[in-house]
Design a protein around this ligand. Sequence first.
Ligand code: SF4
Ligand code: SF4
Length: 352
Amino acid sequence: MAKTDFGPPDYRTMIPPVIANNYGKWSYHEIPQPGVLKHVSETGAVLYSVRIASARLISTDWIKELCDIAEKYCDGYLRFTTRHNVEFLVSDEQQLQPLLADLKGRGYLVGGTGNAISNVVHTQGWIHCHTPATDASGLVKSMMDELHGYFTTMKLPARVRLAVACCVNMCGACHCSDIAIVGIHRTIPRINHEGVAKACEIPSVIAACPTGAIRPNPKLKSVEVIKEKCMFCGNCYTMCPSMEIADPINDGVSIWVGGKVSNARTAPKFSRLAIPFLPNNPPRWPEVTDAVKHLVEVYAKNARAGERMGEWIDRIGWERFFKLTDIPFTEKHIDDFTFAPTTFRSTSQFRL
Ligand code: SF4
Ligand code: SF4
């Protein structure tokens, strides 16, 4: 084992002995009840992982509580999945029911496995980033308060992956989710010329724009934005704090559907636009939560068993999707990539 003084600690020092002893020998897993995965090794060894929901932005106090629970029932072993579900790794079968009863008593939601909505993957937004158009964490909390019945059961036709990105740069990779919520800016950056002159490196700001919408303004020792070319991505703001993009009135949320990362049955797919704009309406985002709930319900009612949302839409066609969901089809839904040289709003990959 290589010893280094940087990077994360070696995972092999932290896995339960049952995993270490059966490394490479796990034969299958089953889901005896929502939120409980039973992993069986070819040696006959068994490990249960018990999954609970988390709010993702969590306190150290809560992490300490989770550690206390893990100490009590599974020798301190737990893990966070990539979607920030928390999984207790139970190797003593006798501890399974007491752990589940304890979690229930504390009000924790056990689920997120199989044909369910798992924890929502979301970007961190204001907690560390400068270009959010919405509050990803607040939206996720509001949505899951409405949808938790689909987390604790497995009654959907297939799994539904929900994701939220707070701007179109989508650092959370929600472009391949069954339902993706993407925060959008709709107005060009507001330039504080004095600030640009004093604090920003103008060539870098110009180079940061993917559509070539920024040009120098030598008179003011600043820059100007060509409105028609701007796609409101906020990249320039990441280079220069004097080009503020956040707009409390015009920023909002769009909803995309039908993506998947899995290559089971059909190839992976990108999510595509369903609802171009909904208002930012904190603290509970009723328009967004209603729209997502409606999409989940229409999908649950109409899709065949095993069909992911994108597969269902491929089978019935987009026209019927818009009809069934009652979502108006507008010119915003038309992919205008072919006309990129004239619209400049099609892709962040496009450069003049
Ligand atoms: Fe920042 Fe955009 Fe990622 Fe949100 S999605 S954290 S605003 S880059
Ligand atoms: Fe700034 Fe993006 Fe508009 Fe260019 S396209 S001016 S980088 S917000």
